[in-house]
Design a protein around this ligand. Structure first.
Ligand code: B1M
Length: 237
């Protein structure tokens, strides 16, 4: 502990600081993670670079040790809270691009699943790219998705799942949309660590998004395609 106390984050160079932030995230040291984020921003790092290199990479390491039984739920929760504290600082900066509204997305984690860090990242990146995002949170039954799309009329419905046991629920949502005849009114994008393209196709989603950056690119591409085909259908050249 004494050694940890002796470290002055602002005296570390960028590489050492990022390494230290990975350690602090791992140890669930929220104040230190916040301080590190502020220092990197003060040194001219873009919010996106801080997010990906300091926070997401740190969380990736936490994930490996959680998988291998080295870290347990309480420790991972502390790491997740530290990550969220860093994201609170970055969120307004990522959204501050002044980009025009590009479209609207409703996003939520599926029923039975409380993982929200990845979903929050996707929301942040989408907001940063100029999309309006309605985040309906975690553990959403199909009724929540239907109510949100009915209320907000988004271009995109995004679903997140981190567990192999909860990802099949995406099919329940999409099948219900089909039954109600509204499936094709929306672009449906899905994501989460255990998913892949074949899974997305098998549940009837429009695309699988490997990460938040891919989600933004896919959203742009699909909205543009939809606008093109709508214009063609209306005979607009
Ligand atoms: Co959980 N957990 N967890 N966990 N957890 C995983 C997912 C796991 C892989 C860990 C492991 O064993 N290696 C494992 C799942 C195994 C499996 O299903 N085969 C697991 C387990 C088992 C569990 C519990 C069952 C543990 C238990 O209780 N025994 C339990 C389940 C609770 C529940 O949901 N019902 C549980 C609980 C927890 C915590 C509460 C402790 C905590 C969650 C805190 C929180 O989210 N607020 C937690 C965490 C943090 C993790 C790991 C370590 C990290 C997840 C994360 O935040 N990653 C995770 C291990 C791992 O994934 N490596 C693990 C960082 C995040 C940035 O990445 O979420 O993949 P990710 O999101 C990415 C992309 O996937 C994509 O973009 C994001 C950003 O780039 N993306 C989308 C995600 N959603 C998208 C939606 C889109 C588009 C892209 O829509 C358009």
């Amino acid at each position: 502990m004494a050694e940890e106390d002796d470290i002055v984050l602002s005296e570390l160079d960028d590489e050492e600081l990022v390494q230290q932030m990975h350690d602090d995230l791992y140890d669930g040291l929220k104040d230190e993670v916040e301080e590190g984020v502020n220092i990197l921003l003060g040194r001219g790092w873009t919010p996106y670079k801080v997010l990906t290199e300091a926070l997401v990479e740190g969380m990736r390491i936490v994930g490996i040790d959680f998988r291998d039984g080295i870290l347990f739920v309480p420790e991972v929760l502390m790491a997740a809270n530290s990550m969220k504290a860093g994201m609170v600082i970055l969120r307004p900066l990522l959204a501050e691009t002044g980009a025009p509204r590009m479209g609207k997305m409703v996003i939520g984690t599926v029923k039975g699943d409380i993982h929200d860090i990845g979903k929050n990242l996707v929301s942040m990146m989408m907001e940063g790219a100029g999309y309006e995002v309605i985040d309906i949170g975690i553990n959403n039954p199909v009724e929540n998705y239907l109510a949100a799309i009915e209320e907000h009329k988004p271009d995109i419905l995004g679903m997140s799942a981190l567990l192999t046991t909860t990802m099949p629920y995406m099919k329940v949502v999409i099948d219900t949309m089909k039954e109600k005849g509204i499936r094709d009114d929306y672009i449906v994008l899905v994501g989460g660590a255990p998913l892949n393209e074949a899974f997305a196709e098998s549940v009837g989603a429009d695309a699988y998004c490997r990460d938040a950056a891919v989600a933004v690119e896919t959203a742009k591409k699909m909205i543009a395609e939809r606008e093109r085909s709508n214009s063609a259908a209306m005979g607009v050249s």
